[in-house]
Design a protein. Structure first.
Length: 355
């Protein structure tokens, strides 16, 4: 039998590699947005404005009033692994900012048309730059691929247009811009509740009213009221938990036994990054099961800070998953506190909610 000759092994073109990596980090518009919000928060912003068109697929624009980017750094901005946030691998163990790998903007530039307008407080002008595949690009054929001086306010505006324009299978997989916008609003809401001292707005392009708005000076309770409504905000209890042995401190606001919904709403931040944790969610639900009617679930905002040396954030390309030492002990300590608070409130209640 004639066997097939072995095919030669060849290196992929770097642009192909980058496009594949980008698709792994940014699966949907909300993932690009999350990275951009984290960058804006890292930049010390007190105001973050978000605009989305067609669920962020046509346009995603985020405007902040943070420190801005120096003109001379614009040439490097979208190259992979360029960052102002760490210089060594060891720095990962003490990182306090969101970003750490210098990959977000690079990735976005490989799968969208990216425009950055930025002004530092020391600069007279704002600078606008366009990017394609990690490099500065010219805005129009015949124009130079270099930053252009424009009038502008201090801070940074990032515009992501036509996300996945060059990944047609991915682009076609999005059936509903409305679903994508809902994911965006959910994510903005999470950060808007968590980021004290930062005001947020989120708008759908073409609509006059804002979908979400919180003031910079609003309290966490106000923020929850604005976003999740009075029915949640009126029934919140606060808790704190800490243990030096496990190197963590936690606090949060959770609903009492007067409130329940069909599905748990868990806003979980670990070291100021919004993450998912099925383990924590299950533990919280377990804690509430004795206090809520069957099928009822709580709202919980949980801010967990763990010694960065005990956290491995580098496990998932999207950074959605975080692993840390003594997870069981930490989760148990938190749920213990919640349980204590729940039982206190329960004991002082004058009536029971029954269904
Ligand atoms: P990382 O956040 O991991 O450093 P990014 O690709 O997200 O990587 O950003 C690269 C760099 O660009 C950041 O380190 C920061 O210096 C700069 N940067 C990005 N967004 C902003 C912003 N909104 N304001 C100020 N600087 C920014
Ligand atoms: Mg970043």
């Amino acid at each position: 039998s004639d066997s097939q000759p072995a095919k030669r092994i060849r290196a992929l073109d770097p642009d192909v590699v980058n496009k594949i990596a980008a698709g792994e980090i940014i699966v949907a518009p909300v993932h690009a947005l999350k990275e951009l919000i984290e960058n804006a928060v890292d930049a010390g912003s007190t105001s973050i404005e978000i605009l989305a068109k067609e669920g962020g697929l046509k346009l995603l624009q985020i405007t902040d009033n943070g420190c801005g980017i120096q003109k001379d750094d614009l040439v490097l901005l979208c190259e992979r692994h360029t960052t102002s946030k760490i210089t060594s691998f060891e720095d990962l163990t003490s990182i306090s900012t969101y970003g750490f790998r210098g990959e977000a903007l690079a990735s976005i530039s490989h799968i969208a048309h990216l425009t950055v307008t930025t002004k530092t407080k020391d600069s007279n002008l704002a600078w606008r730059a366009h990017y394609q595949d990690g490099r500065l690009a010219s805005p129009k054929p015949g124009q130079p691929a270099e930053p252009k001086g424009v009038a502008g306010r201090p801070g940074t505006q990032i515009t992501v247009a036509d996300l996945f324009y060059n990944v047609p299978t991915r682009r076609r997989a999005f059936r509903s811009p409305a679903d994508e916008f809902n994911k965006i609003i959910d994510m903005v809401g999470r950060y808007a509740i968590h980021c004290k001292g930062v005001g947020f707005t989120c708008k759908k392009a073409g609509e006059s009213s804002t979908s979400l708005s919180v003031q910079a000076h609003a309290t966490v309770n106000d923020r929850i009221r604005q976003i999740y409504g009075a029915s949640v905000a009126n029934e919140l209890i606060s808790f704190k938990a800490t243990d030096d042995r496990w190197g963590f401190q936690a606090d949060g606001l959770v609903t009492n036994a007067n409130y329940h919904i069909k599905k748990t709403t868990l806003l979980l931040f670990i070291n100021h990054r919004s993450v998912e944790s099925p383990v924590i969610k299950k533990a919280v639900e377990q804690t509430y099961s004795a206090y809520l009617p069957k099928g009822g679930h709580p709202f919980a905002y949980l801010n967990l800070e763990i010694d960065p040396a005990r956290v491995d954030v580098n496990v998932h390309p999207t950074k959605r998953e975080v692993h840390f030492l003594n997870e069981d002990e930490i989760v148990q300590a938190i749920c213990q506190e919640i349980e204590t608070k729940l039982s206190e409130v329960d004991a002082s209640r004058t009536f029971m909610t029954q269904t």
